[in-house]
Design a protein around this ligand. Structure first.
Ligand SMILES: NC(=O)c1ccc[n+]([C@@H]2O[C@H](COP(=O)([O-])OP(=O)(O)OC[C@H]3O[C@@H](n4cnc5c(N)ncnc54)[C@H](O)[C@@H]3O)[C@@H](O)[C@H]2O)c1
Ligand SMILES: O=P(O)(O)OC[C@@H](O)[C@@H](O)[C@H](O)[C@H](O)CO
Length: 453
């Protein structure tokens, strides 16, 4: 078996020269490797990626030892296909700020992509930079003192590190670039712009003006189910490769982008990406139908002893909740957005038992997810005079799961605990996730809970 290196790849007759770095990526997780790196590889127009980890150097060390290479296993319901992805030219520890600054100073680097998780943006419930966050405060102090001289005084949040790189680009006159958020948050480009310009404003007015004039923020809807995965995959071994960085993903992939790229971009459309003038309907379709359904399965599944998406989706009670929610959610989408095929594909994707997607992975930060993925459907339908019964059923299931205790990290757990102990827990919990929820809807949820308790 051969180690996965560019030298061994060339010996196997596969083009292996690393493309020059023109993209910097923050958050070298499984999803980046299954999505943006795969699209960049398929664009085939010479854009190389320098990818930085977030919290630990582990993925960078693994990939650097393999010259950025890894195997991507595309797993459908019957079999696996393996391909070697070569578009990551360099992999680095996110703490290597000197290298990040050097890369971002280069005019030929024109795109920064982000998969830093929702928590990585350090924004509050209104989507504004959380200035009370101690890490944000520490980054502001570090950024105000100029170029970092030591690792322990350097910025640590992803946006703090990015801003340090942009300070260097401004000094080097590196020109404009695009920041492309690829995280599952509504209006991810707007959130990035607000948070980064607010951070820059805390550091220096000149830097803030430079960011506003030179950084284009692109909003995207990203879609490819890629669960966390560890261990060897037989199909990679059969292909003759020893790989420590294999990522397993599904066949489906989608990427919709809105925004400008002032320093150019790869021809991602060659790989199927779509560039649109208005991302909102596409983002709503994906966040509501896919991620909303995942959140419903994550709260409904455990009570029925289901541990994965496919197990829960095979359970008629869980599936009914999801199907009913889909039927309500699509009524809130504009006619211009296709949803019949998307739902049919979603049902197939969720049923793919060879993709082992654990519900406890999806359950993290459930409170925020319920707020953005389920409540907006309920409030829109209620305004139209609809009873929003499926949303009420989903929220009832969430409340039941919260009372038992969801075993996953949640930044809002203290507020959830306080609401559970309130005199009227149903009203308190629903108010926590939706300020606009009406009293009649709250009563309906209350009745559902008492009917099933
Ligand atoms: N996995 C998927 O199926 C999928 C699909 C669509 C979108 N996404 C988006 O991509 C994100 C990353 O998913 P993943 O599967 O690659 O996760 P992952 O855990 O494999 O990797 C996440 C990366 O972000 C970094 N990171 C995580 N939290 C951070 C924080 N608070 N601050 C700084 N860096 C942080 C990690 O160090 C790691 O490099 C998700 O949160 C989601 O928004 C994932
Ligand atoms: O933590 P979340 O809920 O934002 O994401 C967990 C999964 O639902 C998500 O990663 C999906 O697999 C992905 O969004 C598919 O495109």
């Amino acid at each position: 078996m051969r180690d996965l290196t560019r030298q061994n790849l060339a010996a196997a007759g596969i083009s292996s020269r690393p493309a020059p770095v023109r993209i910097v990526h923050l958050g070298l997780g499984a999803f980046h490797r299954a999505h943006q790196a795969w699209y960049t590889q398929r664009a085939r127009d010479g854009w190389g990626i320098a990818a930085f980890t977030g919290r630990s150097p582990h993925a960078a060390e693994t990939l650097a030892a393999q010259n950025g290479l890894y195997a991507l296993v595309t797993r459908n319901a019957d079999d696996d296909a393996v391909e070697i992805v070569t578009s990551i030219s360099e992999a680095h520890d996110g703490a290597d700020l000197a290298h990040l600054r050097e890369l971002l100073s280069r005019p030929q680097v024109g795109v920064v992509t982000l998969t830093i998780t929702e928590a990585g943006y350090r924004v509050d419930g209104q989507g504004a930079l959380d200035l009370s966050d101690p890490d944000v405060q520490a980054d502001i102090r570090a950024l105000r003192t100029g170029p970092p001289s030591a690792r322990d005084t350097a910025p640590r949040t992803p946006l703090g590190r990015l801003l340090s790189g942009l300070q260097a680009r401004r000094t080097a006159d590196g020109g404009p670039l695009a920041v492309v958020s690829c995280d599952n948050i509504p209006a991810n480009g707007t959130i990035s712009r607000r948070a980064l310009t607010a951070l820059a404003g805390e550091v220096d007015a000149g830097l803030c003006a430079w960011v506003s004039a030179n950084v284009a923020f692109v909003s995207t809807s990203v879609d490819r189910i890629t669960p966390a995965h560890t261990g060897e995959v037989p199909v990679v071994i059969e292909a003759g490769w020893h790989d420590e960085g294999t990522v397993v993903t599904e066949p489906f992939a989608d990427w919709v982008l809105e925004g400008d790229f002032p320093a150019g971009r790869p021809a991602w459309e060659n790989a199927g990406a779509r560039f649109v003038d208005d991302i909102c309907p596409w983002e709503d379709r994906k966040l509501w139908l896919l991620n909303g359904a995942h959140t419903i399965l994550a709260v409904a599944g455990p009570a029925r002893d289901k541990a994965t998406v496919s197990d829960a989706f095979a359970d008629p009670a869980c599936r009914d909740l999801v199907e009913a929610f889909w039927a309500e959610a699509v009524r809130c989408l504009p006619d211009s957005v296709e949803h019949i095929d998307y739902r049919r594909q979603l049902a197939e994707r969720f049923a793919n038992a060879r993709i082992v997607h654990r519900l406890d992975q999806i359950a993290a930060e459930t409170t925020t997810k319920v707020r953005y993925r389920i409540v907006p459907i309920a409030t829109r339908l209620r305004r139209q005079g609809d009873d929003a019964a499926a949303c009420a059923a989903a929220l009832t299931t969430w409340i039941r799961a919260v009372r038992v205790g969801i075993a996953a990290p949640d930044r809002e757990s203290a507020a959830v605990r306080a609401a559970v102990s309130a005199a009227d827990p149903v009203s308190a919990l629903l108010s926590l996730v939706g300020a606009d929820i009406d009293q009649d809807f709250i009563s309906r949820v209350r009745s559902r809970l008492s009917a099933t308790d």
